[in-house]
Design a protein. Sequence first.
Length: 390
Amino acid sequence: MTNTLLISNVTIVNHDQVPFEGDVFIENGRIKRVGKALSAVAEQAIDAKGKDWILFPGYIDMHIHGSAGNDAMDATEDTLHSLGRSLVKEGVTSFLATTMTQSCSAIEKALANVAHFESAEDEAELLGVHVEGPYISTKRAGAQPIEYIKLPSIQQFNRWQELSGQRIKQITVAPEIEGGFGFIEELSKNGIVVSIGHSDATTQEVEQAVQLGAKQATHLFNQMRPFHHREPGVVGSVLVEDNVKVEVIVDFVHSHPKAVELAYRLKGALGIILITDAMRAKGLSYGEYDLGGQAVSVTKTGAHLSNGALAGSVLTMDLAVKNMQSVTNCSLQELVAMSSTNAAEQLRLTTKGYITEGFDADFVIVDQKLNVQKTICRGKVVFENAKEEV
């Protein structure tokens, strides 16, 4: 049975093209044609005429722990389904479930949980896993429990990869810890996105890690050796390394707006990946929650452990996009790069992050204020804003 959808009279935005008003014809979850005044007849139609709607590739969140009461470390299929359903409300069409530093058994349970997991058609697609920790620095642990931090082990990682059904796509590592450089080199050769994070590395150590294949930095500015003019540290180094893309949490809690602007000016839109690093309290009311077995208090100032350390965020991707534009006045094309295309490129996703023939029909339709109006996953409308502005 053929499933078809025609989106017409919408402003189509890709990261490397001038936005234009046109139509997109979708068949069986894939983009069949993109053009102007398409004559195709479809079973379903979305006509944006007179609405000033904008069509972006669906947002990709490479770093998210949880949302709506769910956490990847809960290690149940229901949790992942609920997580995927909650994310479409913010325009996310695919994501990496992110683990954290915990006991080996807890991490392995979470990894085994994704091995045979298949996202339902009304959910954001689980692309795989981002393993954050336990191979990190005790000096930059943040909300990662210090007692579970370990030295890198390729043998252990290979076991984890097997447990996950080969679904580990990204790992956060502190390169300077014992065995870090060899670990980075081996994983990079195998196509894993190695992200420098929770790290006290010097400039020289960052440069070595990049030469060995590290190509990303985890939540820029947070839990990494800060900039100093005589020792630029992780922050200074990744900002000027052309081969490194930086994750940024644009909630103005993790980073001051001027710090976000600094990252944008130095890295440019092609060097930034918007993430949420959200924990289970996202979308819920203020109160007491947990992250990796630790008590977290969520208030208007963010999510914090009892010692004051930030414990992830409650940021949504649509707000991250709005905040980024408010600080930088960046173009729509640049927003697409930072919210979708760059992540797709890092993860070597050959059919996501772009609106063109043959690609997955993953989109978010936003209004002129960047409010999500509709989210479309694999050609199916999975979220519609009840507050649609006429």
